[in-house]
Design a protein around this ligand. Structure first.
Ligand code: GDP
Length: 305
């Protein structure tokens, strides 16, 4: 809780200021207060569509209860956002547990360069390893030499094997090697990096499709998780990337990074709701332990607490 509060401090502080202003001089939640609340949510990067959904839910409650004191607004807002987030919840593998019928459990990680993809893979590898699982990483972002090098640094740091080829190699071939190696070792979890070039959507789609096909051939059903990494500090850009990637492949989970140092934390609520994809992890720092399994209640309580 303390770690989360600290990680989300900037958004918290900004939300608190705006919420205080939204109800100043008001005893009752009325249309003015709801208008102000709408502005609070939109300027906190919750996104227009999701903001409207939240306001509608609160309007329903106001209509039902007739009189709501502004001192209760915060509690009601939290309840409604938690309920909204429950529509897209990652049920299967909280706390770095793995489904026992999927071994190795294969995670394909997608996202634009710079969003924190490599760091998230490193942190995940560390978490799984600390939980006693054997991990294999695959460097299938063969487009940039730096991507392979960065992933290697993380692999060495957290002491897990990395399967790689030369820069420019076929990503599907790296995926093939990685899954073959993991299978023969009896590894518990495989995490594969992929190239994040958005400038050519067709290429991106073709590449991801090809990588997936190879995975499924070696381990039927793989990848079991397609994790899209988004940079929370980019606000509306994160929405655009979620849109592009969900067109290119079947994203099953989100990791939203860099929530420390930004006031745009509301993006977590909006992206998940708008694209109907559960948030599985949040990144709140550069360190190896700064990755948390997303807990919607803890998150909302921290943000609006
Ligand atoms: P990639 O290009 O997507 O693989 O991005 P990297 O993993 O190399 O990360 C880019 C930069 O963002 C690095 O300096 C990371 O340390 C930093 N970073 C990644 N995740 C977080 C986070 O949750 N919080 C903060 N503050 N920085 C992060």
């Amino acid at each position: 809780k303390e770690v989360l509060d600290k990680g989300l401090a900037k958004t918290k502080e900004s939300v608190l200021k705006k919420m205080t202003r939204a109800v100043v001089g008001k005893k009752k939640v009325d249309d003015d207060v709801l208008d102000n609340l709408e502005e609070v949510l939109i300027t906190s990067d919750v996104g227009v569509d999701t903001t409207i959904r939240i306001i509608e839910r609160i309007e329903d409650r106001v209509a039902r209860d007739r009189y709501i004191n502004t001192s209760e607004l915060n509690t009601i807002l939290r309840e409604e956002i938690v309920a909204l987030l429950a529509e897209n919840e990652y049920g299967e593998t909280g706390n770095f547990e793995l489904p026992s019928d999927k071994k190795p459990y294969v995670i394909m990680v997608v996202g634009v360069n710079g969003v924190g993809k490599t760091t998230t893979i490193g942190k995940l590898a560390h978490k799984y390893k600390s939980a006693g699982k054997s991990v294999v990483l695959g460097a299938a972002d063969t487009f940039r030499a730096a991507a392979i090098e960065q992933l290697e640094i993380w692999a060495n740091r957290v002491e897990v094997p990395l399967i790689k080829q030369k820069m420019g190699a076929d990503p599907a071939s790296v995926a093939f090697d990685t899954l073959s190696s993991a299978k023969s070792k009896g590894a518990d979890v495989v995490i594969i990096d992929t190239a994040g070039r958005l400038h050519n959507k067709v290429n991106l789609m073709n590449e991801l499709t090809k990588v997936k096909k190879v995975m499924d051939k070696i381990i039927p059903g793989a990848p079991h998780e397609i994790l899209l990494v988004l940079d929370g500090s980019t606000g509306q850009n994160a929405f655009e990337q979620a849109k592009q990637f969900s067109k290119a492949t079947e994203v099953t989970a989100l990791a939203i990074t860099k929530l420390d140092g930004t006031a745009k934390g509301g993006v977590v609520i909006g992206v998940s709701d708008q694209f109907k994809i559960p948030v599985k992890y949040i990144g709140i720092g550069e360190g190896v332990d700064d990755l948390q399994v997303f807990d919607r209640k803890a998150f909302v309580d921290s943000l609006f607490g």
